[in-house]
Design a protein around this ligand. Structure first.
Ligand SMILES: [Fe+2]
Length: 300
C-alpha cells in the first residue's frame, strides 16, 4: 500500500513512497492512477530520474504529444519540453521561460486536448516558482443553477493564446510562436461544461486562457461571460498552491483543473522537464466501475 497525504483540503495528494526509477508494479500503478483521478493533482516527491525514466512514467497516463515550441525539446526525446530560465555559456536560453503564467488548461487549443501534464522539478529557485491549480469540478458544482442551465449547451471557441494578454512582449502572455508554429495552430471548439472523459464528472473547461469566443454568441457578450466564469472559477477557495522540492514529479488532470505558473526573478535558476499526454478515444469506453467510483464529490 502506498501512503498518501493530502496537499490541500479540497484536492491534491502526495506520496514519498514511490521510486519512479524502477518499473512500477501493476498494483502500484493502479493505486497511483486511482489517486490521480480522485484528487486531480498527484505529487511523487524526491525522484532521481533519467529522461527515459521520467517519460516512461508519463506514458502510463496516455500518449505524449510534443509541444509546438520545438526549439526547447529535450535532446534525448522530443516528448520532453525543457522549462528553464537558465542561459547557456553563449547566452542562449536552455529552455522555455515564463511558460503559462496565467490560468489555462494545457493543449485546450487542440481538438484532442491534454489529459495530464507531468513536471519533473530539476532545479528549484530560492524564492517562488510555485504552480497554482484551480479545481473546475468544484467550480462547476458550485455554479448557481441558472448559470449552469445557461452554460450547459454552450461551446467555446479556442485557439492558442491567452485571451487576457495578447501582448507578445508580456511575461503573462502565451509563449510566443514563430510563423511556422503559428501556422500549425487550428481554431477548434470544446464544450464549456465538459464531461470528464474518465470520471464522467462535469467540469468548467478552459474558461481562462485559450477560450476566445462562444459559438453563436457576439464576441463582446461571449468575452463577458467567459470572464465572469473565469473569475468565479479561480476564486481562492478553489485554488491549491504547489511548492516544488528538487526531484518532485507532479502530474495534474487537465480535464478537471485550471493552472498557472508564477513568475520568478529571471536570475534565480529554475529548470523543470515537462511531458504532456493526450486524451484517447478509449476514454469514451472507460470501465463503468471506474467512472461510477468518481461520480460524486463524495468520492474525494
Ligand atoms: Fe500549462
Amino acid at each position: 500500500m502506498i501512503r498518501f497525504a493530502p496537499l490541500a483540503p479540497l484536492f491534491g495528494i502526495e506520496t514519498q513512497d514511490v521510486d519512479l526509477s524502477a518499473p512500477l508494479s501493476d498494483t502500484a500503478w493502479a493505486e497511483l492512477e486511482r489517486a490521480f483521478y480522485a484528487h486531480q493533482v498527484l505529487a511523487v516527491r524526491g525522484q532521481d530520474l533519467t529522461a527515459q525514466q521520467f517519460l516512461a512514467f508519463a506514458r502510463r497516463f496516455g500518449p505524449p504529444q510534443p509541444h509546438v515550441i520545438d526549439q526547447f525539446h529535450h535532446p534525448a526525446d522530443p516528448n520532453i519540453l525543457i522549462l528553464s530560465n537558465v542561459k547557456a555559456a553563449d547566452g542562449r536560453p536552455t529552455g522555455l521561460q515564463d511558460a503559462g503564467s496565467y490560468f489555462h488548461t494545457d493543449y485546450s487549443y487542440l481538438a484532442v486536448p491534454a489529459r495530464a501534464t507531468t513536471l519533473y522539478s530539476r532545479v528549484v529557485p530560492k524564492v517562488g516558482g510555485d504552480t497554482l491549480f484551480a479545481n473546475q469540478l468544484a467550480a462547476w458544482d458550485d455554479l448557481p443553477e441558472a448559470m449552469k442551465r445557461r452554460v450547459e449547451p454552450l461551446v467555446a471557441i479556442h485557439h492558442y493564446g491567452n485571451r487576457n494578454d495578447v501582448d507578445e512582449a508580456s511575461r503573462t502572455a502565451a509563449s510566443v510562436l514563430n510563423v511556422e508554429q503559428k501556422a500549425k495552430m487550428p481554431v477548434i471548439t470544446h464544450r464549456i461544461a465538459r464531461r470528464h472523459p474518465v470520471t464522467g464528472r462535469i467540469a468548467l473547461y478552459a474558461v481562462s486562457g485559450s477560450s476566445f469566443g462562444i459559438v453563436g454568441m457576439p464576441d463582446d457578450e461571449a468575452r463577458d461571460l467567459l470572464d465572469e466564469l473565469a473569475a468565479f472559477a479561480t476564486q481562492p477557495k478553489y485554488q491549491l498552491r504547489f511548492r516544488y522540492g528538487v526531484g518532485d514529479v507532479v502530474v495534474w488532470d487537465n480535464a478537471a483543473l485550471l493552472h498557472s505558473a508564477t513568475l520568478i526573478d529571471p536570475a534565480d535558476a529554475r529548470t523543470l522537464w515537462r511531458v504532456t499526454v493526450l486524451e484517447e478515444a478509449r476514454d469514451a469506453a472507460a470501465p463503468a466501475v471506474l467512472a461510477a467510483s468518481y461520480a460524486s464529490p463524495a468520492a474525494h
